[in-house]
Write a protein that binds this ligand. Structure first.
Ligand SMILES: O=C(O)c1cccc(C(=O)CC[C@H]2O[C@@H](n3cnc4c(=O)[nH]cnc43)[C@H](O)[C@@H]2O)c1
Length: 218
């Protein structure tokens, strides 16, 4: 049974891809899903309908809401929200639960979020904080948007693909983990403050340990 490592961009997991190619390992499959929820849901849905892996690990960088998480910090995402899917109503954002198009606890949601029920977290990742995250189509950079997300969801992290991973894997009944490292803070956009190399280095270090550990256990 395979382990699938899914990432939005090749750049985020390039060190792991190179290492896997050198090792000639065949039991780990790389899936580049593209950026955003729609491309991730499509890529995962298509792949998982062919046959089911033992585990999908989505690996990527993310924005952090709090300075308590240093750049480069790794975390596992436990709860995910589709945070910009809804309607604007008299200056207020309403999600699909609020406007009655989705029902609380409808499969695969728990209340209004997507919970990862996976309990067999590898030792190499067991020490990581387990956070709530929001998934968005537009990287948040306006104070009003950031305040709204914090008020509504109390997130630790923001990405563009996490909720799609949870949604697809819960529907397909495939175990999954979402591993993220912090590349930037969710704030007014200033790419010069991002540290993508550090986030990618830490992400791939943990990915490699996870793959080695996963291999030894079977
Ligand atoms: O510019 C580069 O060199 C570069 C290299 C690797 C990856 C990138 C990306 O921009 C990856 C996009 C990916 O990152 C996630 N992400 C990172 N920070 C945030 C954020 O603050 N809010 C939302 N998403 C974020 C996201 O999942 C993207 O898919 C660039």
């Amino acid at each position: 049974m395979k382990l699938i490592v899914a990432a939005a961009t090749e750049a985020e997991i390039q060190p792991t891809t190179a290492w896997l190619q050198e090792s000639g390992r065949k039991d780990v499959e790389i899936l580049i899903t593209g950026i955003g929820g729609f491309s991730t849901a499509y890529a995962l849905g298509k792949r998982l309908s062919a046959n089911k892996p033992a585990l999908v690990v989505q690996a990527g960088i993310a924005g952090a809401f709090s300075r308590d998480l240093p750049l480069g910090q790794a975390a596992l995402v436990e709860k995910e929200y589709f945070a910009d899917l809804g309607a604007e109503d008299n200056g207020q954002f309403r999600d699909l639960f609020h406007i009655g198009l989705w029902k609380h606890d409808q499969h695969p949601f728990t209340h209004d979020y997507l919970l990862n029920p996976f309990e067999r977290v590898p030792d190499s990742l067991a020490h990581l904080p387990r956070l709530t995250a929001v998934s968005v189509n537009t990287v948040s950079g306006e104070a009003a948007t950031i305040e709204r997300l914090e008020r509504q969801y109390q997130p630790g992290l923001e990405s563009m693909e996490g909720a799609a991973l949870h949604y697809a894997c819960l529907l397909e009944n495939v175990p999954f983990l979402q591993l993220r490292t912090v590349s930037n803070y969710v704030e007014q956009r200033d790419k010069s403050k991002w540290d993508i190399p550090l986030a990618v280095r830490n992400l791939n270090g943990l990915l490699r340990q996870t793959i080695l550990e996963w291999n030894n256990e079977r």
